[in-house]
Design a protein around this ligand. Structure first.
Ligand code: PEP
Ligand code: MG
Length: 916
């Protein structure tokens, strides 16, 4: 790299070398500190070491580019001049903070070191200058603790132990009861701890301290927590973290000092109110760590009216400058307000929608921007469960904390994040409620697995609150009535003991807690959601359908805006109590014992007879199933009146329906009037080594045509019936797992024959389509041949992913975590489409299919996707790009897909909300 490269950017004093749009280089924090300086917001001076230095540091085996040091030295001099004090100056020492800051926010995941610059000499200078030795020594002991633990890896508990033993000796309870001399003594003890662990004295040179801290921040980029967080949040492609070195200001200099964090609007509801917490006489970390429960920001108006007014003016200025809700940190040092950070505030889905719509109405942003602002996934939050009102009033609230992230959650108590991880691995179906005094970045994996989070300390900006809100997970913090007894594995809520493993219910919207599991109901959707979705629908070109196989789900999906059914999996219809037995009889049919009358027939004739008997038995069982199947289709067609419904013929391996347990086998044996051994034997006969690659999909009706016939008959009869009710039906019959055009040709012929027969009998006709799934890689390769026979394609990306990678979709969990950790895969390919690999097959399938259909039938081949990826925003963007007509996903993901489709359309610049 050329030595002339600029690695360090200064800010402060109303000017800066960087600006807000330089996040990739300066990280979010650095870029915004620069921007705030430039627009005249009071920011303590400092400088940012770029993310490129971090990238270089790792690329070169952990060494810094040469010209970083002189550039940092120059920036230090500039900061000293701006702030009017000097690093290490015995009379007037400058103290600095060293903080991480990547291009995307990773709250609490990397290192921060405060109060750097204090030494045996500087601490005396600070004590004299401030006239406050207690403050000076408190800062010094905090530095030794933080530097020791964060930079040098000394156990924080070793320092904490000294603090506790001094408090015992002085017979005091609170840290604040220790005086200046006590803290001076504590500094000596901390230095001894440091020396014992590090085998060297605590460094006295402030510049040496600063460099060690800078390195520690770079090292934390590849720390376990940070890696885990990036994995969960799917953060990829960043260069690394920047490092911000900034002059310290102090919120712990007495009653006219303080520190706080706030949002320019309510991040839970989106309401246009100032929202946050602060603490008088405290350092910033005290608010965020949730160690003391802070005051609501509105109280600041009484405590420090002038500061409050200034802060309100800054709130206004930041919002109108960024045109976005901001999350800010501030410190008041002896009555003077400083801003330490601003960034786009994390918010719940409900809040995101309201803020976006209200900002459009206030003419701050346009509709396109509003559509782009809401993360599709966050819409989930709007549909989160609420506690059933009757149950709410019938049950006693045992405690009330601070509402940190809305929604109701019911789960079994787990007291540590590690326990949550272990229990979820052992049994992923049990809902877990993580209950902690406070959470820290170490806990994120366990927090992610819990259905809800409850902490006994902390405010709205505590770690638990911010992280839970980001994930749309219900969370209550600062619930002081909850006392946690880790040793006993219990919590006590106002005298009532709840053991780990027992149920708690929380309402993250109100902060209430119940010590029983309460039933939950669906939420009330805010008006702004409908407005935003209306704008989104005007922009998108992709249609959104749903995967549903019951009328109830179809209706729900329609409410969510589904424009048809993209996949009705008929197999789910055979699992009902009254259906599984005839289904099993159908599968097990083998022609039974040979009748005496056939004893002397030639072998070939015997086989034919047996086959006839088996077919007859299958048909008889199918005859029982047919009315059920038809009734299901009637319900679905009615629910989807006027919208297309894609019905897929039976797909899964037959063994999925078989009784593998004694009870089930006995029941079938009884009903067939055969010994149970016979059933057992037949089940064993049907065993397959690779059922997903075995006798399934279109292979079933090819071997047993009567299965397909029954389904087609039920579909067309249902369609006729619903049409006769005066409704509009648009059935699309879909043949699964096709790999050769010959399979499709055969089944298509049979489908048409049955459909024609039903319509002739009914004396009426219905329009229907016949198409296929593209889920076997070969089908994508020969899509041109297949398209000549198909009126539509639906990409079954679950199987297509499985068969392209050769990863069993049901057994990936054995190696997926390692693959993600080793970065062999960036994401689970069954959740988000592998655009590079599977995507090529899709793109080829669409192109070949469309042109062949156009050439052979002169018509547009309708193309969609119905694998799980149809509801994943990144995959939806890909489907838009390759020109699909629709995506299909589960009902609850329909809104997500609609918004993702609109964002994809806006991203390629085809349309805007203004056009329509
Ligand atoms: C698919 O394979 O993507 C698909 C939708 O079918 P199923 O998940 O039922 O195999
Ligand atoms: Mg499939």
């Amino acid at each position: 790299m050329p030595d002339s490269q600029k690695y360090v950017y200064s800010f402060g004093g109303g000017k800066a070398e960087g600006k807000a749009d330089m996040k990739a280089l300066l990280g979010g924090k650095g870029a915004n500190l620069a921007e705030m300086s430039v627009i005249g917001i009071p920011v303590p001076p400092g400088f940012t070491i770029t993310t490129e230095v971090c990238a270089d540091y790792y690329a070169s085996g952990k060494t810094l580019p040469e010209s970083v040091r002189p550039q940092v030295e120059a920036a230090i001099r500039q900061m000293e001049a701006e702030f009017g004090s000097k690093l290490g100056d015995p009379a007037n020492p400058l103290l600095v903070s060293v903080r991480s800051g990547a291009a995307m926010s990773m709250p609490g995941m990397m290192n921060t070191i405060l109060n750097l610059g204090l030494s045996d000499v500087a601490v005396e200078g600070l004590a004299r200058k401030t006239g406050n030795p207690r403050f000076a020594y408190d800062g010094y002991r905090r530095l030794i603790d933080m530097f020791g633990s964060v930079v040098m890896g000394v156990e924080h508990e070793a320092f904490e132990h000294q603090l506790e033993s001094l408090k015992t000796q002085r017979n005091v309870k609170l840290d604040t009861e220790l005086g200046g001399d006590d803290l001076k003594e504590l500094v000596q003890r901390y230095k001894a701890v440091y020396k014992a662990h590090v085998k060297a004295d605590f460094p006295q040179d402030p510049v040496e301290q600063m460099w060690a801290a800078v390195m520690a921040v770079f090292n934390s980029w590849e720390g376990k927590k940070a890696i885990e967080y990036r994995r969960i949040e799917r953060i990829t492609g960043l260069k690394g973290t920047a490092v911000n070195v900034q002059a310290m200001v102090f919120g712990n200099m007495g009653e006219n000092s303080g520190t706080g964090v706030a949002f320019t609007r309510d991040p839970n509801t989106g309401e246009d109110v100032f929202y946050g917490d602060y603490l008088i006489n405290a350092q910033g970390e005290d608010v965020v760590a949730g160690i003391r429960t802070p005051e609501p920001i509105s109280r600041l108006q009484q405590d420090m009216p002038k500061v409050y007014d200034e802060l309100m003016a800054i709130r206004q200025k930041l919002e109108s400058h960024y045109k976005e809700m901001q999350d800010i940190e501030f410190t008041v040092q002896e009555g003077t307000l400083y801003m330490l950070q601003t960034r786009t505030g994390k918010r719940t889905g409900t809040s995101a929608v309201r803020i976006a719509v209200e900002m459009v109405k206030a003419k701050m942003i346009d509709k396109d921007t509003a559509i782009k602002r809401v993360a599709p996934e966050s819409l989930n939050h709007l549909f989160m469960k609420q506690i059933e009102p009757k149950a709410r009033s019938a049950n006693r609230v045992v405690a009330t904390g601070i509402s940190a992230s809305p929604g109701a959650a019911v789960g079994r108590v787990v007291l540590t994040a590690e326990a949550a991880v272990e229990q979820a691995a052992a049994d992923p179906t049990t809902p877990l409620m993580l209950v902690r005094k406070e959470t820290s970045p170490e806990d994120v994996a366990g927090m992610h697995l819990a259905v809800g989070i409850l902490t006994s300390t902390g405010g709205k900006a505590s770690h638990a609150a911010v992280v839970a809100r980001g994930w749309g997970k219900p969370c209550v913090v600062g619930c002081e009535d909850v006392r946690i007894n880790d040793a006993a594995g219990t919590i006590t809520v106002r005298g009532q003991v709840v053991k780990a493993g027992e149920f708690l219910t929380i309402d993250g919207t109100t902060g209430e807690v119940w010590a029983v599991p309460l039933p939950t109901t669906d939420p009330v959707i805010p008006e702004e959601y409908f407005e935003l979705m209306e704008w989104a629908d005007k922009v998108r070109t992709l249609k959104v359908r749903t995967n549903a196989d019951a009328p109830k789900d179809a209706r729900k999906a329609r409410e969510f805006g589904a424009e048809g059914i993209g996949l009705c999996r008929t197999e789910h219809m055979f699992f009902g109590e009254d259906r599984i037995l005839p289904m099993r009889k159908m599968i097990l049919a083998d022609g039974g014992d040979e009748p005496a009358s056939e004893k002397d027939l030639p072998a070939a004739e015997k086989d034919r007879k047996r086959h006839e008997r088996a077919t007859a038995a299958r048909k008889a069982a199918l005859g029982v199933l047919e009315p059920f199947q038809k009734a299901d289709f009637v319900g679905i067609f009615e629910a989807m009146d006027g919208l297309p419904v894609t019905i897929r013929l039976l797909d899964p391996p037959l063994h999925e329906f078989l009784p593998h347990d004694e009870k089930g086998q006995a029941e079938v044996a009884r009903s067939l009037g055969v010994p149970v051994e016979k059933v057992k034997h037949r089940v064993e006969e049907l065993h397959e080594f690779n059922p997903m690659l075995g006798f399934r999909g279109c292979r079933l009706p090819i071997v047993f045509p009567e299965i397909g016939d029954m389904q087609v008959r039920a579909i067309i009869e249902a369609a006729v019936e619903v049409k006769q009710m005066g409704k509009s039906v648009l059935p699309e019959i879909m043949i699964p797992l096709v790999g050769t055009v010959e399979e499709l040709v055969l089944l298509k012929k049979r489908t048409i024959a049955v459909a024609e027969e039903v319509m002739a009998m009914a004396g009426t006709s219905v329009e229907y389509l016949i198409g296929t799934m593209i889920e076997v890689p070969r089908a994508a390769l020969v899509a041109d041949q297949i398209a000549k026979e198909a009126q539509f394609f639906s990409f079954g990306t679950n199987d297509l992913t499985q068969l392209t990678f050769g990863y069993s979709r049901d057994d990936i969990k054995g190696f997926l975590p390692t693959y993600l950790k080793e970065k062999i895969l960036a994401v689970d390919p069954f959740q988000s489409l592998d655009v590079n690999g599977v995507g090529q097959l899709i793109e080829m399938g669409v192109q070949k299919g469309r042109s062949a259909r156009q050439a052979s039938a002169g018509e547009h081949l309708k193309v969609g996707i119905c694998g799980e990826h149809g509801g994943d925003p990144d995959s939806v963007a890909f489907c838009h790009k390759v020109g699909m007509d629709y995506v299909s996903c589960s009902p609850f993901r329909v809104p997500i897909a609609r918004l993702a489709a609109a964002q994809a359309a806006l991203a390629d610049g085809q349309t805007t909300a203004r056009d329509r």
